[in-house]
Design a protein around this ligand. Sequence first.
Ligand code: 9UX
Length: 70
Amino acid sequence: MEIKTSLLIEGMHCEACVRRVTNALNSVEGVRADSVKVGSATVTFNPTTAKPEQIAAVVDGIGFTARVEP
Ligand code: 9UX
């Protein structure tokens, strides 16, 4: 099973940020970055492998502030 979710991400300002966030998201087991823009991202994930809060935490870990869109 796969689920999509969106993240709102503070602290992104440029295309290098977009690449950093894309790479960080794709580095998480069970997660694929579908669309990453300055300020937001949409991902598809396998909920048995990855949890939305964990995905947001990975983005936080590279210096941004991410929250899962309700
Ligand atoms: Mo752009 Mo982002 O100059 O972490 S790389 S702001």
